[in-house]
Design a protein around this ligand. Structure first.
Ligand SMILES: C[S@@+](CC[C@H](N)C(=O)[O-])C[C@H]1O[C@@H](n2cnc3c(N)ncnc32)[C@H](O)[C@@H]1O
Length: 279
């Protein structure tokens, strides 16, 4: 595991810090949340934004009935739990590289791990709906062809090797399955981008986030044999809301409000990337 990832997701539980909240660790999708300047945002808004980012990805994954879903970089497993609750009959595997995150995930999702009936979804006589495994995006400890969908929410910015991630995704998808990944990437492959982002944002300077161009993922998906590869910018629904939420604690120009600056300068954007495995 890379040192910056080990430290960031170690003893401190980011999912319970006020900037994240609700057991999620992502910037959120703020479409439909009232961002007018005179209306203070609430913790409920913040949690909704993070749930909605998951819902966007799960919609894009076009899940079949009773889907088998792998989430790569699942953090505290809150998005895995949402998937089980909102997709009837779903069986979800949450994978994360960090053992501390998985310890927290197993504690937070203990009910689902025991296979107890869900409110409004009392179906679980069969396989348990949720499990967690430790593994890296680049080397998944999972069999071939086991998943209808591979999803990932705000984790790919940490993956050192998107070629290996795409190859492993193609391997573990069943024929006809779909990948749906959302995260932030540079808008192009200009050689100055890593230095520009390191100058603006601590997490790029310290190596936690990697300045991958979005084409690194789309090209890797194509090279792995996936088809209908698409990257869609969703930044307009991510960055302004995230920045508004951050303004509670940070002044303009300070870390991490430079995420919005990087977006406005055309360096960084937030994307949804989908690709299919031939049936
Ligand atoms: C920003 S958190 C997102 C967590 C969750 N998806 C969410 O939205 O709440 C990123 C997660 O990716 C995990 N991660 C980082 N590098 C990884 C890798 N190479 N393979 C698998 N997981 C990784 C981290 O341990 C962390 O839990």
């Amino acid at each position: 595991m890379r040192p910056a990832v080990r430290e960031t997701y170690g003893p401190v539980d980011l999912g319970n810090l006020p900037i994240f909240a609700g057991g999620f660790i992502n910037f959120g999708h703020w479409h439909g949340i009232n961002l007018t300047p005179d209306r203070p945002l609430t913790e409920t808004d913040r949690i909704r934004s993070q749930k909605d980012l998951y819902r966007l990805v799960l919609d894009a994954a076009a899940l079949p009935k009773a889907p088998t879903v792998l989430e790569v970089g699942c953090g505290l497993g809150t998005g895995c739990a949402l998937t089980v609750r909102e997709h009837d009959g779903a069986t979800v595997t949450g994978m994360d590289i960090h053992p501390d995150q998985l310890t927290r995930a197993r504690a937070a999702q203990a009910e689902l791990l025991r296979g107890e009936p869900l409110d409004g979804n009392p179906r679980h006589d069969g396989p348990r709906p949720l499990r967690f495994v430790q593994g890296a995006a680049e080397r998944m400890p999972l069999p071939d062809g086991g998943f209808d969908a591979v999803v990932s929410v705000e984790a790919a910015q940490h993956f050192p090797d998107l070629t290996a991630f795409a190859r492993e995704t193609a391997r573990v998808l069943r024929p006809g399955g779909r990948m749906a990944v959302t995260s932030f990437f540079t808008t192009d492959a200009a050689p100055g981008r890593p230095a520009e982002l390191a100058a603006l944002l601590d997490t790029f300077a310290n190596g936690l986030d990697i300045a991958h161009p979005v084409t690194a993922l789309t090209d890797a998906a194509t090279a792995a044999g996936l088809t209908d590869v698409r990257a869609t910018s969703i930044g307009a629904d991510v960055w302004p809301g995230w920045d508004r939420w951050l303004s509670r604690w940070w002044d303009p120009g300070t870390w991490p409000r430079n995420f919005l600056a990087a977006y406005e300068q055309g360096i960084l954007d937030y994307y949804l990337v989908t690709a299919d495995k031939r049936g």
